[in-house]
Design a binder for this molecule. Structure first.
Ligand code: SF4
Length: 699
């Protein structure tokens, strides 16, 4: 019997796990109590890591689409065919005719992160799409314009705060997002036990809200006005305290002027939260010694997502809780991605490039994923003719996925690297079968940059590759070499990892890959420390409260406040939700996660249900501008009147190979979300707040 320690790489939480096994026979998967970040916590998904490894539905050999369906081919043939097709298309239509789509698992996989950049460089394409423009671009845009770098993102110092206000986030289920924070239940209990307070503002009384001290309902997509009213209050009540950043903050007078008109009374009319409550909440936060406002998915995926995340930062700064213990802080990771970027003060952009068809902003070189379908459909120079999709399932994960699926018919070539035949990969001409979590070695480059404690941890692979599969990074390295007409050098992720560690902040303390291998539980590098002044990337070393892009977007907000909603035919607003036992679109085939009651239900308030004559368990028809679905109703007062909630990530059909997911009759929320609804400031999809109509199904 052997014991293996690693970090679960399904989600951002970075839980340490302890796996006991006899050869390939797994006896148990438990939380690792010695992991310095997760301290023994895991969620039900970790146990399913074995399901993905053993799953008979996994792809185990390269596949080529033929007139008779998919047929197994050799790796050599798959590589040859793919590179020839890509080169043929680029020669005919230009480099940008080949697009890439990177799914969320790339961020959780060291090999993918290290090898995907050289691959995209070898492709020479500017048609780059990813999950980042579906859920998080507002965070990057706020950081770029305020701090000078898009990946200098703050996280709440959960272990020391005494007041946590959460807007549009459900960390009890997610274990943090843009915040790697395993063991939320214990961390939240600790806040309450030290006399602190947790408040949640959300159109749904979420799992987190149920454990909080207070929950306030808010109308979807009105958070931006609430944030402005909170900033208005802190200014009016003379509670601004910049603390150690006093000499490093610019734009304070402009903030005071612009917030003047957004009173709590105005916010009450728009958000549904009483003006007195807005004032008392703000003053409570101002009075708390250590307080933090954390805004996440619900805010960054709405039509004013960029303004919401900017104002969240502004509020934390004005309240004296930025880069300070118990407030919003900045991790100091052993591998700092910022150190690999253009030098401090150098402009990251001369001007923000725009997408070809809709002229949406392209931050971080990413074309908004909500525009992928139109970039395929619209003729002209730069039209996309081929797609390379790595660990992504955009048919289920981008708004109006069915339009994208239809657009695929216009493509000359699709190649996917995936572990499953999915709603996206089933359209591919070539599929490269990739490895899953237990087959890879891992150092979490992305999320240790978002962790609420500084740690470093390396996990070797537990099992050898199962079947005729390759690691994504091996596939990318081979494609890169062939595209460049070079020999594959055979470099490993570990080689780059060791080099990066030696260039990092803790190299002077002897932090090397060898040392990490000696510490399988990970190495604790301590709590977050105040470090913003050293890490700021603005040319004048200031934190900019104001940037012209935000001022310009406020005009769009004002216009929308003066316009009556034109979507009245669709009288309900829909929001998404995350469920504990699934993660995005790819975990639905794990039998440990998919058994039990149907989780793909639409939450509807009892008053709305009465009006429609609907009871729990009945199927109802939801329609939006782009599509319609039939879904099981779940009547509950946890959702506010006029709002519906559907879970994200479901929708695998019987045509895919994922049998268990198909058995659930699940539907995709993105058959209703609208690709034309984006936050035009950041290009991010506006998944939340979509207007839908509801009707009872005929018996
Ligand atoms: S919260 Fe669950 S899925 Fe996420 S890292 Fe921890 S165990 Fe894995």
């Amino acid at each position: 019997m052997q014991t293996h320690y690693r970090t679960c790489n399904i989600c951002e939480a970075l839980c340490g796990i302890e796996i006991t096994h006899e050869g390939e026979n797994i006896l148990s998967i438990k939380g690792d109590p010695k992991d310095p970040l997760s301290r023994g916590h895991i969620c039900p998904k970790a146990v399913a890591l074995q399901d993905f490894y053993f799953d008979e539905d996994r792809l185990r050999s390269p596949l080529k689409k033929t007139a008779n369906g998919f047929e197994e081919i050799s790796w050599e043939e798959a590589f040859d065919f793919t590179v020839n097709k890509i080169q043929e298309i680029q020669n005919k239509h230009g480099d940008n005719a080949v697009a890439t789509f990177l799914g969320n698992p790339n961020a959780h996989n060291m090999g993918n992160l290290l090898f995907v950049r050289p691959f995209i460089k070898a492709l020479r394409t500017k048609s780059r799409f990813s999950a980042s423009t579906v859920d998080q671009m507002p965070h990057h845009v706020a950081s770029l314009h305020m701090l000078g770098h898009s990946i200098l993102n703050p996280v709440p110092d959960l272990d020391r705060t005494n007041y946590l206000l959460i807007m549009g986030g459900n960390p009890l289920v997610s274990n943090g997002s843009m915040m790697s924070a395993p063991d939320i239940p214990k961390r939240f209990r600790a806040i309450q036990e030290r006399g602190g307070k947790i408040v949640v503002i959300d159109p749904r009384r979420t799992e987190t809200a149920r454990k909080a001290d207070e929950h306030l309902f808010i109308k979807p997509e009105t958070d931006v006005v609430l944030l402005l009213a909170m900033i208005h209050t802190i200014i009016k009540e003379d509670k601004i305290r910049l603390n150690h950043l006093a000499d490093n903050v610019t734009g304070l007078e402009e903030i005071k002027t612009l917030a003047e008109k957004y009173t709590p009374e105005l916010a009450e009319k728009i958000t549904g939260i009483k003006a007195e409550k807005i004032k008392s909440l703000t003053l409570e936060m101002a009075a708390a010694d250590k307080a933090v406002l954390y805004s996440r998915m619900g805010l960054s995926t709405q039509t004013f997502g960029g303004l919401c995340i900017w104002l969240t930062n502004v509020f934390n700064i004005l309240n004296g809780n930025y880069d300070r213990e118990g407030g919003m802080m900045f991790p100091s990771p052993a591998i700092d991605p910022i150190s690999f970027s253009p030098k401090k003060g150098k402009p990251k952009y001369k001007s923000i490039p725009l997408s070809r068809v809709r002229k949406l902003p392209k931050y971080l070189g990413e074309t908004p994923s909500a525009s992928l379908a139109e970039e395929i459909e619209t003729e002209g120079e730069g039209q996309i003719k081929a797609l390379v999709c790595v660990a992504g399932n955009p048919v289920l994960s981008v708004p109006n996925g069915r339009r994208l699926e239809k657009a695929f018919e216009k493509l000359d070539f699709i190649v996917c690297s995936d572990i499953y035949l999915t709603e996206t990969s089933k359209h591919a001409d070539i599929i490269f079968p990739a490895t899953s979590g237990l087959e890879i070695s891992q150092y979490d480059i992305t999320f240790l940059n978002l962790a609420i404690r500084n740690i470093a941890k390396y996990s070797p692979a537990l099992f050898p590759k199962k079947g005729n599969v390759k690691h994504d990074w091996e596939i990318l390295a081979e494609l890169t070499a062939r595209l460049k007409g070079e020999k594959n050098q055979g470099h490993s992720p570990e080689m780059f990892l060791n080099m990066a560690l030696q260039m990092g902040k803790y190299a002077k303390d002897g932090l090397t890959l060898e040392k990490l291998k000696e510490h399988p539980h990970g190495i604790d590098l301590g709590p977050l420390t105040s470090c913003l002044k050293e890490r700021l990337q603005t040319d004048d070393d200031t934190v900019r409260l104001i940037h012209p892009v935000f001022l310009e977007d406020l005009k769009r907000l004002d216009e929308s406040l003066n316009t009556t909603a034109s979507e009245n035919d669709f009288s309900y607003q829909m929001i998404g939700r995350r469920v504990l036992r699934q993660h995005n679109t790819w975990t639905h085939n794990a039998h440990r996660l998919s058994k039990g009651r149907n989780e793909c239900t639409v939450l509807i308030n009892p008053t709305d249900a009465d009006r429609l004559g609907v009871t729990s368990g009945e199927y109802i028809l939801l329609k939006s501008r782009v599509g319609q679905i039939k879904v099981e109703a779940e009547v509950t007062d946890e959702i506010m009147e006029g709002v519906l909630s559907l879970p994200q990530g479901f929708g695998a059909s019987k045509k895919s190979k994922m049998k268990i997911a198909a058995a659930q009759n699940s539907v995709s929320i993105n058959d209703l979300t609208d690709d034309l609804r984006v936050d035009s400031l950041t290009g991010n999809a506006a998944l939340n707040g979509v207007y839908v109509s509801v009707s009872k199904m005929a018996d």
